[in-house]
Structure formats: C-alpha cells, structure tokens
Design a protein around this ligand. Sequence first.
Ligand SMILES: *[C@@H]1O[C@H](CO)[C@@H](O)[C@H](O)[C@H]1NC(C)=O
Length: 221
Amino acid sequence: MGIINCIFLLILCARANYFLLSLAEDCQLLTKIPKVKCLRNSRREGLIRSRVRGADSATAEILTFLDSHCEVNSEWLQPMLQRVREDYTRVVSPIIDVISLDNFAYLAASADLRGGFDWSLHFKWEQIPIEQKMSRTDPTQSIRTPVIAGGIFVINKSWFNHLGKYDTQMDIWGGENFELSFRVWMCGGSLEIVPCSRVGHVFRKRHPYDFPEGNALTYIK
Ligand SMILES: *[C@@H]1O[C@H](CO)[C@@H](O)[C@H](O)[C@H]1NC(C)=O
C-alpha cells in the first residue's frame, strides 16, 4: 500500500436526480475508506474540469487517472509507475481489458493493439504495425502508441502541469485523450501501453446521460 499516497474520488453530479438524492452524504461514507479523499462538485462540471480539480489537489509526484467503472488487477500499478519514474516525460496506460456491460464477465483484450483514431477523431484500437511487432523480443516490453485511450493512465504531475493540464473548456469527454496525447508528442514526451499492467473497464454502448447543448455540439467542441 506504500506506493499509493492518496485516492481522490471525484463525484461529478452528471445526473440531476443523483445530485438531489445524495447531497453530501456520499462523501461522508466514502472517506471512511483509508487514503480516500472525496471531492464533490457543487454543480455539473464534466470530466475534464473535475480531473483538473483532482490533479490540483493531489500532493503526490505521480498522478494516476482511473474511470469509476474500472477494476484493477493485482500489481497493476507498479509496472506503470516504474516507466514514469525512469523518464518523467512518459505517459503510460495499461492494457485495458473488457468488463462486459451485460454480465460483468472479464474478457482479456489483445496485447497487440495500440491507440489510433479515424478522420472524425474517434478513438479506435489498431493492430501494432508488423515491423514493430517483429522487433518485440519480450512480451513485457512496453508498446509505443500514438494516442492513449484516456480513461486510465499514469503521468508525472509536474509534466502534466508543464503540458498545460487539460483544456478546461471541454465539457464532457471524447477529445481530451487526443489533446493530451498531441501535447505530449509536441513537447518531446512519449506515450506507451505497459502490457504487464492490466485494468478492466466497462465499455458503455452509449453515454448514460444527456449533454445540455446536445450530443453532437458538445462532442465537436
Ligand atoms: C517528475 O518530474 C520532475 C520534472 O518535471 C522531476 O524532477 C521529478 O523527479 C519527477 N518525479 C518522479 C517521481 O519521477
């Protein structure tokens, strides 16, 4: 447990009814868990401003971002921390396994994928190029990736600040992973997937909540 300084739980208040029901009680219960600090937005702020708030509150030198709908495996964190300790300009993510939306079954994802995107800036997984695959002599070697998926990653806090954190004008999610990835490359850093680290993630078929300005407009922004 010594490697974790503090866990911030961010309560985003994405649903109006949720906000009315629970008020401050959820934080009181959650902070009974060791090392947990709870930050609750008083109004809906969306993922990006909430994450920046969490990052600003953290005192540790290395930040780990995790979606709430994730489940980590044992010793998932150390391999990523090591890569960032060796070089603070590395931004690393685990292999993201799939937790079934319908029955929570755990399905291992392929270890031959990296992040990519299409012309409409939708994130998609792609096969790592054959040359890169052939040159891999050790399956534990990290995989260089053009972009990270965005939900789960480890970054040095001062590097995150140096990059300008996130653009807090973004309202929901879907573009922040590209924005951060491009900044990393433009500032001389690198992005990678660490195969020794695996985290399960519930992939949703659609957004579970509405966007005030409409889905398309918010997404484009
Ligand atoms: C984080 O990066 C800074 C440089 O920006 C470096 O001085 C520091 O040692 C790094 N921290 C860790 C834990 O690697």
